[in-house]
Structure formats: structure tokens, C-alpha cells
Write a protein that binds this ligand. Structure first.
Ligand SMILES: NC(=O)c1ccc[n+]([C@@H]2O[C@H](COP(=O)([O-])OP(=O)(O)OC[C@H]3O[C@@H](n4cnc5c(N)ncnc54)[C@H](OP(=O)(O)O)[C@@H]3O)[C@@H](O)[C@H]2O)c1
Length: 153
């Protein structure tokens, strides 16, 4: 099973200046719970934005260069056949959105000013909302959030 996981704001924004536009500890924990023990598939810019490898998960990076140290490189064709989670960013979400069967989308209850990266519109792609829960901001969160699970049938 190939799935996708993202956090976006009310306008679908996911990034700004190469980083996440918010501090949402509860969503990072949600990301960890879902992805632990799995393969993570990401674009090179998202790889660059990480502090390093996330524990307990295998990392696969898409790039058109062939020189990134210490990480598995993977092609689009090979990644489509993998089991795991597409974790961004914007380019890679758009590339894979038609090829995933599950989508975990967190809606962060804000509208980021001047974002530069967006999640694609999923309207008409065959996703059905199967779970949704409202979560209030905790001490280490800037905003309330909504956890959604979508499935393609
Ligand atoms: N909110 C969230 O859930 C979330 C999650 C992840 C990331 N983000 C944010 O999203 C932003 C990064 O997203 P982005 O769209 O700029 O970049 P990205 O999707 O992370 O990476 C883009 C890179 O992927 C490689 N690539 C793209 N298509 C490819 C293909 N068909 N074959 C091989 N390689 C390919 C290229 O790498 P090369 O240039 O090396 O060739 C390209 O520059 C950051 O702000 C990050 O913090 C947010």
C-alpha cells in the first residue's frame, strides 16, 4: 500500500522558505504514529529540510541529481511500486496524488501569509473522507487542527 501524509493550512499551503510554516508538535506526533516502521518517500527539498533521518523509518529520496550521501535514491517509477508513505513536498505530492490509495491530511486551522508551496486539490480524484477528528492546540502547538483520513475506492 502506498499512502500519503500531509499537513496543510485552510488554503492548502504546506511550506514557506523551505520549511514548515508552523510549530505543531501534536501533528508531528501524529505523523510519527502513522509512519513509524515504514518507508518514507520524499523529494530532495523535503529531505534537505529534515534535521536528519527520522528514527525507525527507511528514507527514499527523489532527485534528478545522483549525488546525495547517506540516503537511498529512488525513481518515480520504482517509488510507485513501493509500500510506504509519500511525505512531500509540493512537487512530490502532485506527482504521486493519482497513485496513492490512502491520504492522511491534517488541516492546520490558520491561513499562512505568503506561502510558497501547496498541496494539490483532491476534488474529483476519487478520495472519500473515512475519518475526521478535531484536535485542540496543545501547549506546543500554534493552532487547532483537524486530522482527516481519506481513502480511494
Ligand atoms: N506541510 C507538510 O506536510 C510538508 C511536508 C513535506 C514538505 N513540506 C514543505 O514543502 C516544501 C518543499 O516542497 P517542494 O515542492 O519545494 O520540494 P520537494 O517536492 O520536497 O522536492 C522537489 C525536488 O524533488 C526532485 N524531483 C521532483 N520531481 C522528480 C522526478 N520526477 N524525478 C526525480 N526527482 C524529482 C527534484 O530534486 P533535485 O532538485 O535534487 O533534482 C526537485 O527539486 C518545504 O517548504 C517543506 O517544508 C511540507
Amino acid at each position: 500500500m502506498l499512502g500519503m501524509i500531509v499537513a496543510c493550512d485552510r488554503n492548502g499551503a504546506i511550506g514557506k522558505d523551505g520549511d514548515l510554516p508552523w510549530r505543531q508538535s501534536t501533528d508531528l506526533q501524529h505523523f510519527k504514529n502513522i509512519t513509524m516502521g515504514s518507508n518514507l518517500i520524499m523529494g530532495r527539498k523535503t529531505w534537505d529540510s529534515l534535521p536528519g533521518k527520522l528514527p525507525g523509518r527507511e528514507h527514499f529520496v527523489l532527485t534528478r541529481s545522483n549525488s546525495i550521501d547517506d540516503v537511498n535514491l529512488i525513481s518515480f517509477e520504482d517509488a510507485k511500486k513501493m509500500e510506504g508513505w509519500i511525505i512531500g513536498g509540493g512537487e512530490i505530492y502532485s506527482l504521486f496524488i493519482e497513485h496513492v490509495s490512502i491520504l492522511h491530511r491534517t488541516i492546520i486551522d490558520t491561513r499562512v501569509e505568503n506561502p510558497d508551496t501547496f498541496f494539490p486539490d483532491i476534488t474529483g480524484l476519487g478520495f472519500n473522507l473515512v475519518e475526521e477528528s478535531d484536535v485542540s492546540a496543545g501547549e506546543k502547538d500554534q493552532f487547532d487542527m483537524v486530522f482527516q483520513k481519506w481513502e480511494k475506492r
